[in-house]
Design a protein around this ligand. Sequence first.
Ligand code: URA
Length: 280
Amino acid sequence: MTAEPAPTVRDLLAFYLEAGVDCALGDEPIDRLSAPDQPVVTLAPEGSPPAAARQPLKPTVATAPRADIAPPPDIAIESAREAARTAPTLEALRTLLDSFDGCALKFTASRLVFADGNPQARLMFVGEAPGRDEDIEGLPFVGRSGQLLNRMIAAIGLKRSDVYIANVIPWRPPGNRTPTPQETQICLPFIKRQIELVNPDVIVTLGNPSTQTLLRVREGIMKTRGKWFDYDTGTRTVRAMATFHPAYLLRSPAYKRMSWLDLRAIAKALEQSAAAPRQA
Ligand code: URA
């Protein structure tokens, strides 16, 4: 029997990419398959200075704060609620979220992706979670789906800077995997508080995950899109509509026609709410 040739670096990279691994989490590789349970004590090479005189190594994923030291979900959810409740402003909320260690996604993402746009906007879009481009830039919807979202916003006569854009999850899940229900529940108090502080007249949920989470529906986007829901911000009830996620529209452009109908309804609702005095 002839042995299989060893995979080339190109083969391995292609394999990783296909598996959703598209970024490095640390500077040094860690062989987790051979890692013993006990912490490894690295012996200094012969002739190296005494331990106290050696420079500390740059922290890698193994020594940096890690996903596996995030608190249990029920404690994390409770502390997220508490933290979100106490934030008096969007800036304070961003600062709190940045120092919140309850969600493991924080430790694999490059940075927090809080929001973009106008904090006084009357229209707020909420997506699922940042992707690779958003993780690099620290802003939601800046990749290909963000460009389509910009065109959707322009289609109703607005600019990106006229609206407010955020996600239910503010950290990129590794390899863009679907956030777990626990991760979603931990992040939920923060996006709810964000909505409350922005206090928009109309909320648009983009795609299934944000629709099901925020509008508390079980049906899929094909059934929920284009319908109006009442969303209770905590201080008042605002109108909310689900529509297709731009990433979905990029894959299935035939649905752009339906999304156009949703956008027309959203523009009309904004006109109506502009005619009525805005509630505090
Ligand atoms: N998809 C989302 O749901 N949010 C982003 O910010 C980018 C892509």
